[in-house]
Ligand binder design. Structure first.
Ligand SMILES: Cc1ncc(COP(=O)(O)O)c(C=O)c1O
Length: 371
């Protein structure tokens, strides 16, 4: 069998190794250095924010955003059931309670209409821009305002996505990004909190570094509990090189999606394709498809068959409200999230996916559809 087409490989734009080498040769290899500052400045500007606080990964960015927002034990945080558990676990680690809501069947992002059913005090809401499609933020922000809740965007998957022309990551009070190897902009492992509120950025910096006091005479005397969430200057060097090419990298991901959309239209009675709402720019972090109701295969079977045909895929997320670890929480109805788990898979989505690879993936899908 020919080599398997992987779900995602990183795409290097050219200067990553050079910048990383410069960082190493400078001796600044830990959590201070010019690449960190430049990466924070450049990436936060790219997503329309005054401040960026780089950290060790996207999960840490979610956690830092929660800490900066003051989320603590006993608080409740609204989060979509259909998301990566990295959005949710930091809520639990803070001793707060995730309140799961269902998602839209076409964009797969938090359904604003599901918010009406939520009662009781809410500290924060975390819309997640799933697979690069932005959430419908206006009604979410309006709801949060009415409920006195802080808005934390989980933009881990949404570099370059736009909502009414405004970048994902600049639409709430705080946002969290990931730079894991499969992200459109990567530095191997890394994350960033972005915000337009300087006081929240200051808090994120404080919690990122063990809550050290700014006053040098109080060094090692702590008023709060923080953690080491720091990113290294070497990783930031890679992140900076990638960010300098952000426009090109996002365009490549959209070109990948276009290849599939052009080829898969004839299969639309077998699979539902990703959408792009008129108010959205989808950055297509991953190209997801959902098997239509009534077709013979579910996601688990399709994934197995596609792998046998040399195509690696991933199933959609297992819903939060069904996770064994959350069985103690109040019961939630989220049928769309459950349907997406049963029937959703995402296809190889590398930025540089070639025409031949797209043909191979589509041929394999046609074989699965034709049985
Ligand atoms: C929605 C979402 N949030 C958070 C994360 C966490 O990012 P990381 O893997 O960098 O910790 C991910 C990772 O893919 C994600 O998809």
């Amino acid at each position: 069998m020919a080599a398997v087409i992987s779900v995602c490989r990183p795409f290097f734009v050219g200067r990553e190794a050079e910048y990383a080498k410069t960082a190493v040769e400078s001796g600044w290899i830990s959590s201070a250095g010019k690449f960190l500052t430049e990466f924070e400045n450049k990436f936060s500007a790219y997503v329309g924010c005054s401040d960026g606080v780089a950290c060790s990964n996207g999960t840490a960015a979610v956690h830092l955003a929660l800490l900066s927002a003051g989320v603590k034990a006993g608080d409740r945080v609204v989060v979509p059931s259909f998301t990566m558990m990295a959005s949710v676990f930091p809520i639990s680690l803070q001793g707060a309670e995730p309140v799961f809501v269902d998602c839209d069947p076409e964009t797969w992002t938090l359904d604003p209409a599901a918010l009406d059913a939520i009662s009781g005090p809410i500290k924060a809401i975390m819309p997640v821009h799933i697979y690069g499609h932005p959430c419908d933020m206006a009604p979410i922000v309006a709801w949060a305002k009415q409920r006195g809740a802080i808005v934390i965007e989980d933009a881990a998957e949404a570099h370059g996505a736009l909502y009414h022309g405004r970048p994902a990551g600049s639409l709430g009070d705080l946002a969290a990004f990931s730079f894991y190897a499969n992200k459109i902009i990567t530095c191997g492992e890394g994350g960033m909190v972005t915000t337009n509120r300087a006081e929240l950025a200051e808090r994120a910096r404080y919690y990122r570094n063990l809550c050290f006091d700014r006053d040098p005479s109080k060094r090692f005397i702590h008023e709060d509990i923080g953690y080491n969430f720091r990113l290294t200057n070497v990783q930031a060097a890679i992140g900076l090189a990638q960010t300098e090419a952000a426009v090109e990298l996002v365009a490549m991901r959209r070109a990948m999606a276009r290849k599939y959309l052009d080829r898969l239209r004839p299969l639309e009675n077998f699979i539902q394709l990703p959408v792009e709402r008129p108010w959205a720019k989808n950055s297509y972090w991953m190209f997801g498809v959902v098997l239509r109701p009534g077709v013979k295969v579910n996601a688990a079977i399709a994934q197995k068959q596609l792998l046998e045909l040399g195509i690696d895929t991933r199933r959609f997320f297992f819903p939060g409200h069904m996770q064994p670890v959350y069985r103690h929480l109040p019961k939630v109805s989220a049928p769309v999230s459950e349907m997406l788990w049963e029937r959703g898979i995402y296809l190889p989505s590398s930025s540089d996916l070639g025409d031949e690879e797209a043909d191979q993936v589509v041929d394999a899908l046609k074989q699965v559809a034709s049985q």
